[in-house]
Write a protein that binds this ligand. Structure first.
Ligand SMILES: Nc1ncnc2c1ncn2[C@@H]1O[C@H](COP(=O)(O)OP(=O)(O)OP(=O)(O)O)[C@@H](O)[C@H]1O
Ligand SMILES: [Mg+2]
Length: 320
C-alpha cells in the first residue's frame, strides 16, 4: 500500500453535514441542559460530549457503509454518594436514545437484591427478568460490587454476573449497562472480575463537590423550587455546608437537597407561627438565616468543639 491510498481519491464525494446530523439528533438540547442544570462535573460533562461526538461520527460512518463494529457503550460511574451518578445516567440514557443507540432510552435502576436470589435456582430468573425490563434502555446497577462476595464461595452473585456478562456481549446493540458505586470498591470489584472490566468501555469518575459548587447547587435547587435565600441565609448556608461536610454521612448534593427540604419546613413553621401578621409574596419565597441555623448540624458542630474531639461526632437519632 502506498501513502496516497490512505487518502480519499473520490473527488465527486458528497460533503457530509455533521452539523445537521447533530442538530437532527437533538442531543445538543440535552448537553445544553446538562451545562445549565448540573453544577461542576466538568470532567464528566467532557466525557459525555466525547461519547456523543464518537457516536455521531459512528452514525455517519455507518450510513456511508464504513466498517464500524457495534460500539461498546457499557460504563462505570464511580463516585461518592450524591455526586450526581443517577442524574447523569438518566441523561446518558436519553442521549443514547436520541443518537439512535437505544430503542427506548429508559433507565432501570437496581441493586444486588433485585438481581440475586436467596435460594438455589432463584438468581437466573431474577436477573433475566431485570434484563428483560431494561432492554432498549440502560440498566443501572448501584453499588455493583455487592454482586461479588468472594468470602462466600456459594454466593449466587457470581451467577448473576455471568448472565449479565453474556447479555452485555450478546445484546450490546440493545442494552447499555452502567455499574455505579464508590471508586475504591469498584476498582477492587473490577480487579477481581476482569471479564467485566474488559467489557466496559467508559469509566467515568464523579468528583466530590467543592463548598462553592454545593452552594451553587443549592442556589439552582432553590431557583427551581421558586425560593430565594436572604443575604443572611446565604451566609448561614455557607457555614452550614462547611460544617456539614465534616460530619458523618455527608452525601454531596443529596445532603444539600435534604438540608433545603428541612429549611423549607422551618420556613413554613415560622410563617405559620406569625399567621396574624401580613404576609407578602416575598415572605413566601424567602428562606431566612433562622431557617438554616435551626439545623442540628450547628448544634453538633458546637458540641464537638466543646468536647474538643473534632467535629466528627455521630448525630443522635434523626437526620442532621
Ligand atoms: N451537579 C449537580 N448540579 C445540580 N444538582 C445536582 C448535581 N449533582 C447532583 N444533583 C442533585 O443531587 C441529588 C443527588 O444526585 P444523584 O441522585 O444523581 O446522586 P448519586 O451519585 O446517584 O447519589 P447516590 O450514590 O446517593 O445514589 C439529586 O437531587 C440531583 O438532582
Ligand atoms: Mg444514585
Amino acid at each position: 500500500m502506498n501513502a496516497s491510498s490512505l487518502q480519499s481519491t473520490d473527488s465527486a464525494e458528497q460533503p457530509l453535514d455533521l452539523q445537521s446530523a447533530w442538530d437532527d439528533s437533538r442531543v445538543a438540547e440535552i448537553i445544553d441542559d446538562l451545562e445549565r442544570n448540573l453544577v461542576g462535573l466538568v470532567p464528566v460533562k467532557t466525557r459525555i460530549r466525547d461519547i456523543a461526538a464518537l457516536l455521531l461520527v459512528d452514525g455517519l460512518r455507518r450510513r456511508e457503509g464504513l466498517s464500524t463494529g457495534a460500539p461498546s457503550l457499557h460504563m462505570s460511574f464511580t463516585g461518592n454518594p450524591g455526586s450526581g451518578k443517577t442524574t447523569v445516567a438518566l441523561r446518558m440514557a436519553e442521549i443514547l436514545h436520541r443518537l439512535g443507540y437505544l430503542r427506548k432510552g429508559h433507565l432501570v435502576a437496581v441493586t444486588r437484591d433485585d438481581l440475586v436470589g436467596q435460594y438455589i435456582g432463584h438468581t437466573a430468573p431474577k436477573t433475566r427478568e431485570v434484563l428483560k425490563r431494561a432492554m432498549g434502555g440502560v440498566l443501572f446497577i448501584d453499588e455493583a460490587y455487592y454482586l461479588y462476595r468472594p468470602e462466600n464461595e456459594r454466593d449466587y452473585g457470581q451467577e448473576s454476573i455471568e448472565i449479565l456478562l453474556q447479555e452485555m456481549e450478546n445484546r450490546r446493540d440493545d442494552l447499555v449497562v452502567i455499574f455505579a458505586g464508590y471508586k475504591d470498591r469498584m476498582d477492587r470489584f473490577f480487579g477481581s472480575n476482569p471479564g467485566l472490566s474488559s467489557r466496559i468501555a467508559h469509566h467515568i469518575d464523579f468528583p466530590d463537590y467543592t463548598p462553592a459548587e454545593l452552594l451553587a447547587i443549592a442556589g439552582l435547587m432553590l431557583q427551581n423550587m421558586q425560593y430565594t435565600l436572604s443575604a443572611d441565609a446565604e451566609a448561614a448556608l455557607r457555614d452550614y455546608i462547611d460544617k456539614r461536610m465534616r460530619q458523618p454521612h455527608f452525601a454531596n448534593a443529596r445532603s444539600i437537597r435534604n438540608a433545603l427540604d428541612r429549611a423549607r419546613l422551618r420556613q413554613a413553621s415560622r410563617l405559620f407561627a406569625q399567621r396574624g401578621a401580613t404576609l407578602t409574596r416575598s415572605d413566601l419565597m424567602t428562606i431566612e438565616a433562622a431557617d438554616i441555623h435551626a439545623s442540628r448540624v450547628f448544634a453538633a458542630a458546637q458540641a464537638a468543639a466543646n468536647q474538643g474531639s473534632g467535629p466528627s461526632i455521630p448525630l443522635a437519632g434523626q437526620q442532621p
